[in-house]
Design a protein around this ligand. Structure first.
Ligand SMILES: Nc1ncnc2c1ncn2[C@@H]1O[C@H](COP(=O)(O)OP(=O)(O)OP(=O)(O)O)[C@@H](O)[C@H]1O
Ligand SMILES: [Mg+2]
Length: 265
């Protein structure tokens, strides 16, 4: 049965999509069967993994999968052992559909269950086909995020060393606790990943230390620094990228820490 891990923080530009893409890639390279799910209407994970514009997936995305309560027809094979359920801008209409029963195309599809458990229920059909399901979330505490949290056993919290991310952190930890209470997955934070770090900035160093003091049992030892090859993954992707090795370098030690934690090593 797959273990599901969500990447999240309700603050923009903290490395959620980049980390989701890299983690999915490292897992499948290790021989695990991986399903990556894009729960962000920006479609960044979709574009990173598929190397196609997210508009290519209109009416063939996670939104329709949730509305039809059927994930399988919306799975896009990316490479051996790696599949994707894509997203595009229309995922922003998810809350409207949940609360009115009208899709953005004007169709009536009522959902009568818990509005935060739609993804969890849809994933039941595919959990036995994968070892890991990895979910990217938007920078908000929307229905997209609560559905991802309630569908996950584990959450990696992304922390980018800034004051506004520091203030986002306690609220996000509370949201994971709420998912633990309301969902069926015993959702918990598996770790806080300090990322997009600028080693030359003393304030970044101070925030890193504050988070380590506040959450000593949660921080990963690995700190991801800003590196041009990581930033350029969005340009070059994972195939025929001559700087992929440098892009993945720092992430390998995070990957090892994460696997040790979730597999109880
Ligand atoms: N370690 C890194 N070094 C350099 N650039 C990075 C690194 N990690 C991410 N980036 C770049 O920083 C930007 C933000 O990263 P990303 O899109 O992964 O964050 P996000 O949290 O998913 O953002 P959003 O909240 O908008 O979804 C992107 O342009 C990405 O390419
Ligand atoms: Mg993102």
């Amino acid at each position: 049965m797959a273990l599901t891990i969500t990447m999240g923080i309700q603050k923009g530009g903290c490395g959620k999509s980049t980390t989701t893409g890299i983690l999915s890639y490292l897992l499948k390279e290790d021989g695990y069967r991986v399903l990556a799910i894009d729960m962000d209407s920006q479609g960044n994970l979709t574009e990173l993994l598929s190397e196609q514009p997210s508009n290519e997936f209109i009416e063939r995305s996670v939104l329709e999968a949730l509305q039809q309560n059927d994930i399988k027809p919306y799975i896009v094979p990316i490479s051996e052992n790696l599949d994707l359920v894509p997203a595009n801008n229309f995922l922003a209409t998810l809350p409207r559909w949940i609360y009115t029963g009208k899709t953005y195309l004007g169709e009536s599809i009522q959902y009568n269950g818990n509005p935060s458990l739609i993804l969890d229920s849809a994933l039941d059909q595919v959990r036995d086909k994968y070892d890991y399901i990895i979910i990217d979330t938007p920078p908000s505490l929307s229905e997209q995020t609560t559905n991802a949290l309630c569908a996950s056993e584990y959450v990696v919290v992304l922390f980018e060393s800034s004051n506004w991310c520091y203030s986002a952190l306690p609220n996000f930890m509370d949201s994971v606790d709420s998912a633990n209470r309301f969902g069926n997955r015993d959702t918990k934070v598996v770790g806080i990943l300090r990322t997009l770090n600028d080693a030359r900035r003393s304030d970044a160093k101070a925030f890193n230390e504050m988070v380590a003091e506040d959450y000593p049992n949660h921080v990963f030892k690995t700190v991801i620094t800003r590196k041009a090859p990581v930033g350029r993954l969005s340009l070059y992707g994972f195939n025929q990228n001559s700087e992929l090795k440098q892009a993945l370098e720092l992430y390998r030690s995070f990957y090892k820490e994460l696997i040790d934690r979730v597999e109880g090593k």
